[in-house]
Design a protein around this ligand. Structure first.
Ligand SMILES: [Zn+2]
Length: 187
């Protein structure tokens, strides 16, 4: 009996250990590297980077996060002229909204966060007496008119109009056209 009990305890331990290893692995696999980094690590990177400055050879790895849809994009490019010659402290002073995750002469890893939808989305919104399609400019929280429809807001259902004042989100122009057809036949 005692032998059995010991064996069961041992078996439970094995199951628990492997379950936590698997879930730990899954969590690590799911999260991008940038999110995984801890604040202390970043500061350690910063502390060691004091002597380094950005040159024209430095590669910039830029992560852009859009908070409204939680989408992220990544781009990599040689340091721009504005960045060249800057130390970490100088860089942080100049780019106050940019989070620096890594900083060395070879490459820097930085992250920008914008409180808007990413450029993939199409937002249909009331623009005066007509409806226009708005999109976000890449790497900014700036919106621009992507397409002006000739659909008038006059006669559109009040609830629908309420949503259109804020902006209705679509993932393609086809979806927008289908929606416009629907509200047109509605009146
Ligand atoms: Zn998005």
């Amino acid at each position: 009996m005692r032998k059995h009990a010991k064996l069961i305890v041992f078996m439970i331990c094995v199951v628990l250990v492997s379950a936590s290893a698997v879930s730990g692995y899954l969590i690590a696999k799911k999260q991008p590297r940038v999110v995984e980094r801890k604040a202390e690590e970043v500061e350690a990177v910063a502390a060691g980077a004091d002597a380094d400055t950005i040159t024209e050879q430095t590669i910039v790895n830029l992560y852009t996060k859009y908070q409204m849809c939680n989408h992220k994009s990544f781009s990599s490019f040689p340091a721009t002229e504005d960045m060249q010659g800057l130390s970490l402290t100088e860089f942080q002073k100049q780019y106050t909204h940019t989070r620096v995750l890594e900083f060395s002469e070879d490459s820097i890893v930085i992250e920008n966060t914008f409180n808007c939808y990413c450029p993939k989305h199409y937002q249909l919104r009331k623009n005066g007496s007509l409806l226009s399609v708005y999109r976000t400019r890449e790497g900014s929280d700036e919106q621009y008119i992507y397409y002006e429809t000739n659909v008038k807001t006059y006669g559109i259902d009040e609830d629908e109009l309420k949503a259109l004042r804020v902006g209705k989100l679509f993932s393609s122009m086809d979806e927008i056209n289908a929606y416009l057809e629907k509200i047109k036949t509605g009146d």
